[in-house]
Design a protein around this ligand. Structure first.
Ligand code: MN
Length: 733
């Protein structure tokens, strides 16, 4: 068969496939794109000797298979024309319009690295930056780019050895993590498997052979299991779909070579997948599976209640089958399945409409944020590190005994866990229990572990120097070092200051700097200390407790805020908050009066509220549980000044802005994590600012738009789960 006919056949196959979903007009456009690309690339050959046009057609085919729209498929067809042929971007724009031209432009830019950059790592950093930039402008560019890389790596055999290794490494370090981040499982796995086959061909062959040797028994094993499971599951969930598969070579490779296990020790070779219609059915199926087979302890993961950052949701459990062969069971709904397979591409494939597209684009706000935080950094290696860490897919989720989730990198120990909760807990740590059993301090935590940190109440206790060699996170290492660097007394002073400030913030009290200085002086005197440092040191190691200090602090605050109430902020006048919060409040028995939301607790619709008649400044609205509101307003000093207030009906469903202050231990990519989390929850960010606190921690000040207090509370709860977060407060903005 001649080259021309094989190209024609390839394209007509693509055309037929496209005809199933595109209109006549779109098909005509696609035909035109093929003609233009074919003409432009005529005479060019790939390293394999085949005509070059095979490559763009193949890329377009992958893009089509992922359900992408017609402009994406056309752009894929044209993606190499501007860079490699006589055609210019203007030609493309004239022939195909702005949308396709912009996609092609994005794809062309990614490949081009400035000539003055010689260092390979710098080149890679530059490339990643460009990809993120393109991605933030139009996510379709990255999906086409991934398809381009997928086809290239499928056909790397003919490329010279060194270049092959470079490409494979870049694929593993950059492209596969991006595919993972976007949740496109099939592309991620194929990229990884192919990259490994070039980077470590011997090991790859070895795994392939081992899998092949068991090939027939694999199939039989999976079939029997599927049958057994199907029989039982369908009694509970009649229309459950059951699939079986052998996991990716790269997954097995990682476990064998990075975790040092033998082939036989790997549980994840077989996976059975159960797909159902509702979340409830997922848990029903889990019950059936655990009833049928013995679950392996510690291998159950509930990614439904705690989704992965890329929105992946499923229940995972590993159980023992017949003859003691372990296998993993993944249980999910169809919707979760689509997200798991196609990730971000799912919204084209499943036609979520323009709103769906926008929602997804909003989720990508983190990329823009990441780029913005990177512009200050001149060191390109920093950028690569940050991006790689940020894209690093493997985190473990560990629980505190109270059920809070702490997110740590793989390989973290119980010491990292303790420091991730709080440096004071790490410093006082003497041991740890996992699942109720004492473990050594170098125990590596696993997803699903419930870890209890044992602390010493003796003030003299501190971390041990050996811990520096055990911990995995830089956060823990920094804190241990700083403990040794400083005198213990200094540590206690800092801690004491933090304890007081945190408690004041937690109680939603606000002091000006001057008021705060007066307060501290008064406290020092009352507690009979000579200097303020003595007072804080004592508070820091627990010599005096908060419960002894706080009543006085509260009294002082009430005294100070009596004066301050007169200065309550008028929210309505704020230019950014035109929709007049005060308008949404109804105060019993009073019309036409100035209503302001108090600055101390900044109530939002949905909060229980109460009004306070100020002298000459209208009514200020407080949250019912604001520390400024007496427990029982009817029997306080001036009961007549407290009046009932409520939100105008209908307002509770309107969107409102809420200001939050997040304190986090300093670490890389924290802001990105916040942005990703909010993006994942579809929360709009109005503003985000960061500042270094006096205690060395990072503070993020953020305004978000939310619809109800309940939702806001769930956002706050999720934010608290981010690794390193010390506190999340609602602030007055
Ligand atoms: Mn290409």
């Amino acid at each position: 068969m001649s080259d021309e006919t094989s190209v024609e056949m390839m394209y007509s196959e693509l055309h037929d496939h496209a005809a199933e979903q595109f209109s006549e007009q779109e098909l005509a456009l696609l035909d035109h794109a093929f003609e233009v690309a074919e003409q432009a690339h005529r005479g060019q050959k790939r390293s394999s000797g085949e005509p070059f046009i095979i490559h763009p057609v193949a890329v377009a085919k992958i893009v089509l298979e992922y359900g992408m729209d017609c402009p994406s498929v056309a752009a894929a067809m044209l993606h190499d024309t501007v860079e490699d042929t006589a055609l210019t971007l203007d030609d493309i724009r004239r022939e195909f319009g702005d949308e396709i031209a912009n996609l092609v432009d994005g794809l062309t830019k990614i490949g081009k690295v400035p000539l003055d950059i010689k260092d390979k790592e710098e080149q890679q950093a530059e490339n990643i930056r460009k990809m993120l930039l393109a991605m933030s402008e139009d996510i379709r560019v990255i999906i086409i780019k991934l398809a381009d890389r997928l086809h290239n790596i499928r056909t790397l055999n003919f490329v010279e050895a060194q270049k092959r290794r470079d490409k494979a490494l870049e694929t593993l370090e950059v492209y596969a993590p991006i595919a993972h981040r976007l949740g496109i499982r099939a592309i991620k796995e194929e990229l990884e498997d192919r990259a490994i086959s070039y980077l470590d061909p011997v090991a790859y062959k070895d795994i392939e052979q081992k899998l092949a040797a068991q090939g027939k028994s694999h199939k039989e094993f999976l079939e029997t299991i599927k049958e057994q499971i199907g029989e039982r599951i369908r009694k509970v969930v009649p229309d459950a779909t059951i699939e079986g598969r052998i996991k990716s070579v790269h997954g097995i490779y990682r476990k064998m070579y990075m975790q040092n296990r033998t082939f036989d020790e790997i549980y994840d070779i077989y996976a059975v997948r159960i797909i159902v219609n509702s979340t409830i059915e997922c848990y029903d199926c889990l019950g059936v599976i655990h009833d049928m087979f013995t679950p392996i302890p510690g291998r159950f993961k509930d990614y439904i209640s705690t989704p992965k950052p890329n929105m992946y949701q499923s229940l995972h459990t590993t159980v023992l089958g017949k003859a003691g062969i372990p296998f993993e069971v993944q249980i999910r709904t169809w919707e979760m399945h689509r997200t798991a397979e196609y990730g971000i591409a799912a919204h084209w494939k499943y036609k979520l409409g323009i709103n769906g597209v926008q929602k997804f684009e909003e989720r990508l706000a983190w990329i823009r944020q990441l780029l913005e935080t990177q512009t200050d950094s001149n060191d390109v290696h920093d950028i690569v590190d940050t991006i790689k860490t940020d894209l690093a897919p493997e985190d473990v989720y560990v629980f505190t005994p109270r059920g809070d989730v702490i997110n740590l990198p793989v390989g973290s120990t119980v010491i990292d866990f303790a420091y991730a909760i709080h440096s004071a807990i790490g410093n006082k740590m003497i041991g740890a229990k996992v699942g109720g059993k004492i473990v050594p301090l170098d125990y590596k935590v696993q997803t699903g572990d419930i870890v209890e940190v044992l602390t010493s109440s003796q003030p003299g206790k501190g971390p041990s120097r050996d811990w520096l060699n055990i911990v995995r996170t830089s956060g823990a290492r920094t804190k241990i070092r700083s403990w040794f660097k400083k005198e213990r007394r200094d540590e206690n002073i800092v801690e004491g200051r933090a304890i007081l400030e945190r408690e004041i913030r937690r109680s939603k009290m606000h002091f000006s700097d001057e008021e705060y200085a007066k307060l501290v002086a008064a406290l020092t005197e009352r507690q009979h200390f000579l200097t303020e440092d003595d007072f804080f040191a004592s508070l820091g190691y627990g010599g005096i407790t908060l419960s002894k200090v706080m009543p006085f602090v509260r009294d002082e605050y009430h005294r100070v805020s009596q004066m301050e109430r007169a200065e309550v902020r008028v929210v309505d006048s704020q230019k950014s908050e035109k929709h007049a919060y005060g308008d949404g409040v109804v105060v019993d028995g009073i019309d036409n009066c100035l209503i302001k939301l108090s600055r101390c607790c900044a109530p939002i619709p949905g909060d229980e509220i109460i009004g306070f008649i100020t002298r000459g400044h209208g009514v200020s609205i407080h949250k019912r549980d604001c520390p400024n509101v007496p427990q029982d307003p009817a029997s306080c000093e001036e009961p007549e000044r407290w009046i009932a207030a409520r939100w105008r009906s209908g307002d509770a469903a309107r969107d409102f802005k809420a200001a939050l202050t997040i304190e986090c231990e300093p670490r890389v990519a924290f802001v990105a994590d916040v942005a990703i989390l909010l993006g994942d929850m579809h929360v709009m960010i109005n503003s985000i600012n960061t500042r270094k606190g006096k205690n060395g921690n990072d503070f993020v000040y953020l305004t978000i738009t939310v619809s109800t207090t309940d939702f806001l509370n769930s956002v706050i709860a999720k934010l608290r789960g981010i690794r390193g977060v010390v506190s999340v407060m609602r602030s007055s903005g």
